[in-house]
Design a protein around this ligand. Structure first.
Ligand code: GTP
Ligand code: MG
Length: 321
């Protein structure tokens, strides 16, 4: 088996084989179960290890703590972070101005949230990103968690044709799951790590469309708000964890509601409040513009200025103004 691995994978596997206090048989089981490096073990939960390699809880905790010790989790230098940042990829929207707004495209290893009224184009952007990712990296997969039954393979076909690539090759690489309620949605995200390990696929983009609709529908009334926000908070952290672990881009959509007390400026406000706002790395506010155009405004980003751009949504994809 080792002969088929590249040198880097071999090193990672060696790290697992040399874990102090963990026997060779257990290490082999870990590798077979798809744990490819110390990091993936260090951030696993005991329950995950119990399920995937059939050890008891004590042993699972010991393995995780050995992995954590071995990789000296904690502080890294600015230089280390810079090295990591070099691995970040950017997914094109298909529009030059939109990509420029985002500093070159939608980044991997973080969450980008798009909020805006119905029909503003949030779901369309998910389709554009999916096709453009697979165009630029035909080996890559997209995972689409669809909560409102809005994923449309026909749109993928049209956009693919617009980009002159074979629609079938794109559709083959998009894994769609319907989420029927918020718990189901959370569970699906939980299972992504397993899916990637089991099928040994490279996932470049994870879409959750819509992030907040189920939460909003299930938790009505002020009394339930705290519980909803806690659950949403955990969900956002799960999303960040997969983004970071697999260097994939997470794209989530979010509806808006009218703010009753605003007389000046924009009276709309994103659902999910501070929890969603603070866990999203990039936030885009999407609205309908003049003559059927769309306006995307980058309202929050760790390193880019607040700015906006306009474009049209076309049958074959995104079109410049
Ligand atoms: P909600 O999910 O309802 O909150 O809206 P959304 O922001 O996800 O909107 P979505 O991305 O579904 O945008 C729908 C809009 O995109 C439609 O109203 C059309 O204006 C436009 N659109 C979708 N498909 C096509 C197409 O094939 N051709 C053209 N020209 N426009 C399209
Ligand atoms: Mg939508």
């Amino acid at each position: 088996m080792a002969s088929q691995q590249n040198p880097k994978q071999e090193n990672n596997a060696k790290g697992i084989m040399n874990l102090p206090g963990v026997g060779a048989a257990t290490s082999e089981k870990l590798i077979e179960a798809g744990y490819e490096n110390l990091m993936s073990i260090a951030v696993a939960s005991p329950g995950e290890l119990i399920d995937s390699i059939g050890v008891g809880e004590g042993v699972a905790r010991k393995i995780i703590s050995a992995a954590r010790d071995a990789m000296e989790m904690g502080f890294e230098t600015g230089l280390d972070v810079l090295e990591k940042r070099k691995k970040v990829k950017k997914i094109s929207t298909g529009s030059k101005v939109f990509d420029e707004l985002m500093g070159g495209g939608f980044e991997t290893s973080c969450i980008t949230e798009c909020f805006g009224e119905y029909g503003s184009g949030k779901t369309q952007i998910a389709h554009f990103l999916a096709v453009n990712l697979i165009k630029s990296d035909p080996e890559s997969y997209v995972i689409f968690i669809d909560t409102e039954n809005t994923f449309r393979p026909e749109r993928i076909e049209q956009i693919s044709r617009g980009l002159k690539i074979n629609p079938e090759n794109v559709l083959k690489r998009i894994k769609v799951a319907r989420a029927y309620n918020s718990d189901h949605q959370i569970l699906l995200v939980d299972k992504i790590d397993d899916l990637i390990k089991k099928e040994k696929i490279k996932v470049g983009l994870l879409v959750v469309d819509s992030l907040t609709a189920h939460f909003r529908a299930e938790y009505v009334g002020r009394g339930t708000l705290a519980e909803r926000q806690q659950k949403l908070n955990r969900h956002m952290h799960d999303l960040l964890k997969v983004a970071d672990l697999h260097n994939l881009a997470v794209y989530v959509t979010n509806q808006v509601m009218a703010k009753p007390d605003v007389f000046f400026g924009d009276p709309t406000q994103a659902i999910g409040g501070h929890v969603v706002a603070h866990s999203s790395t990039f936030r885009i506010y999407l609205r309908k513009g003049k003559k059927g155009s769309r306006v995307a405004k980058l309202v929050d980003s760790p390193n880019l200025p607040e700015a906006e751009c306009g474009f049209y949504i076309d049958t074959e994809g995104i079109r410049e103004l």
